[in-house]
Design a protein around this ligand. Structure first.
Ligand code: AMP
Length: 570
């Protein structure tokens, strides 16, 4: 299959914004694609050469790309950078420059999808000495036999920025459209089956192949594969503890531990660990592998829990950043095992000795789980649970959870099944609501890609005397397009431009003038910011035109709110 065919589809997709039209375009391509190429084409349509859960990355930095584009077009690195600054898209840069250099493409032979896919995949395995040169030659090889338009998409795919607007939902619907026919209701069922298969086998490349070869039956039959990640059941927000209790006939309350979801797969002595984002973290937590071997009495199983950084001196959870250091850590793992000990609180089981337990109600799943775990207190144990419908008892339990330094409670329906991938109302989160803060913008970064020319991540500051201290970065809550409500990037950029004090690379220092109201989930201690605090999941609510920098919230207030949240290990 020629890469040019795929490129035509990319071009078509880039020009089309209508969702249904995009689905039709992709479905047609999928139907016409030979079966042995279907997985590859499906991944490439999403701008990928590995499924999203794979640890492999193409790993080409912008600087290397400048060199590659320069070498293959003959234009200087300086010229390329100045063109890039205007559009923020190396794809467009190479297309334009390659067009100017036509003689090269006249002799080019056709590039195949297989060849592009293969070279891009190889990039991920290159490591060590001379790796830059080898990466350089793999990408250059493709570009030198590509036509200008093809070069555009090779470059974009290499940089992980395809820009044709194909979200996962579009691929899902396109698979259904490509390989099935039916009335509205039937199609709904088919789309659900495609999605179900993807929740458990998170690679649309494989799902497309399965749909084509095995039909609806095969999609519905997809189950858990031990050792492979799947999309987990998610929780919904509840307005109050009272409402959450009312929601279910039989509620079970559990601590909402403040850590990261950990999904543990065990098959004999083989153990795998995954996060909720499907990252494989098996290597990062050797002590947990030990706990599983010691405490899980099952030949094979898949169990879920929440993992925390835990300070055994204070008996309290550590701020999330510590655990996140362990999740990201690739080297010298033994060292952090000692510095940041973990605790796992188990709350679910979805597979045991060959049986998938999705259809069992939570009440039985919990019993099964209790039956196979020999707890190791403080390290590997069952999540605290209270079965009650009594508000007084529930409130007491909620207070205990907050006192223990946890986020709140999750109220679960004991009669509900396990629904992978979905945020269904089987689990309800209850946690304290935080008041918004008014903070000053004291820094920012120029955006890249689509956001070139706009200020992107903003540095927030709180007052201390007449100084301003950093208390986090924010990029959420700012809109790309104008609408009735909300703050846009254009608006913020115009507002902040006159106050830029200095510029270093993409980083800007900004005079404290503009105040924004910020909502967030929580205040955390953080060594990364001068105030010592950071906001978790901050989002811009509005610009406070009515406020001056001196009216913004101060450090004292942040400290006070932090103290009110819950008691934690410092
Ligand atoms: P959220 O991330 O706010 O959507 O809340 C859901 C997350 O809470 C889950 O993905 C888990 O990581 C976490 N969590 C903490 N404790 C529990 C628990 N007892 N049961 C289920 N999830 C929990």
């Amino acid at each position: 299959m020629n890469y040019a065919e795929l490129v035509e589809v990319y071009e078509h997709l880039e020009k089309t914004s209508a969702r249904l039209k995009k689905i039709d375009i992709i479905a047609k391509l999928m139907r016409e694609t030979p079966t042995d190429m279907l997985s590859k084409v499906t991944l490439l349509l999403q701008g990928k050469v590995f499924p999203s859960w794979s640890e492999k990355e193409i790993g080409i930095a912008d600087l290397l790309m400048v060199k590659i584009v320069s070498k293959s077009t003959g234009f200087s690195e300086k010229e390329i950078l100045s063109k890039f600054k205007k559009t923020g898209d190396f794809g467009l840069v190479i297309q334009e420059l390659a067009e100017k250099k036509k003689q090269r493409t006249l002799f080019a032979k056709s590039l195949t999808v297989g060849k592009v896919f293969e070279n891009l995949q190889k990039l991920a395995d290159i490591e060590g000495k001379g790796s830059q040169e080898r990466k350089f030659s793999l990408v250059s090889e493709l570009i030198s036999s590509a036509k200008p338009k093809e070069a555009k998409y090779i470059v974009r795919t290499t940089l992980g920025d395809l820009r044709v607007g194909v979200a996962e939902g579009i691929i899902r619907d396109a698979i259904a459209r490509a390989f099935f026919k039916g009335e509205k209701e039937e199609m709904k069922e088919i789309v659900n089956a495609v999605e179900w298969a993807w929740f458990l086998k998170p690679d649309y490349g494989e799902v497309a192949k399965l749909a084509k070869e095995g039909g609806l039956k095969a999609l519905k039959k997809v189950g858990i594969e031990i050792g492979k990640p799947y999309h987990v059941l998610l929780a919904e927000k509840s307005t109050s503890l009272e409402d959450a209790l009312e929601a279910f006939e039989k509620p079970a309350l559990e601590y909402k531990y403040d850590g990261a979801r950990i999904i543990i797969h065990k098959k004999g002595n083989d153990i795998w660990l995954y996060t909720r984002r499907l990252e494989n973290v098996t290597k990062q937590f050797p002590e947990l592998i030990g706990y599983v071997k010691e405490c899980v009495k099952a030949k094979s199983c898949v169990i879920e829990g929440e993992m925390l950084g835990f300070d055994s001196k204070t008996g309290k959870p550590m701020p999330f950043q510590f655990l996140s250091q362990r999740i990201k850590r690739k080297y010298e793992i033994e060292k952090v095992v000692k510095e940041i000990p973990i605790q796992v609180n188990l709350f679910d089981i979805v597979y045991l000795n060959g049986d998938v337990l999705f259809d069992k109600p939570l009440e039985s799943r919990r019993k099964v789980l209790e039956g196979i775990i020999k707890p190791k207190p403080g390290k590997f144990q069952l999540a605290e649970q209270l079965v009650t419908k009594d508000l007084k008892k529930a409130e007491k339990f909620y207070e205990e959870a907050l006192k223990a330094g946890q986020e709140g409670l999750i109220v679960k329906n004991l009669e509900a099944r396990y629904q992978p991938g979905r945020r269904v109302g089987y689990w309800l989160k209850v946690k304290p609501i935080m008041e918004n803060l008014d903070l000053v913008i004291i820094g920012a970064q120029w955006g890249t890609g689509k956001r070139a020319g706009w200020v992107g991540s903003l540095v927030l500051g709180c007052r201390k005397g007449d100084k301003f201290l950093e208390c986090g970065m924010i990029g959420t809550g700012i809109k790309e397009k104008e609408d009735k409500e909300g703050v846009t990037f254009t608006q913020l950029t115009e507002l902040l431009k006159p106050y830029i004090e200095s510029e270093k690379g993409r980083d800007l220092r900004i005079k404290p003038k503009v105040v924004v109201e910020v909502a967030y989930e929580e205040i955390q201690k953080s060594p990364n910011y001068t105030s010592g605090y950071a906001l978790r999941f901050p989002r811009v609510v509005r610009i406070r035109f009515d406020r001056e920098a001196n009216d913004a919230d101060n450090l004292e207030r942040i400290e006070k709110l932090y103290g009110m949240q819950r008691s934690r290990s410092k």
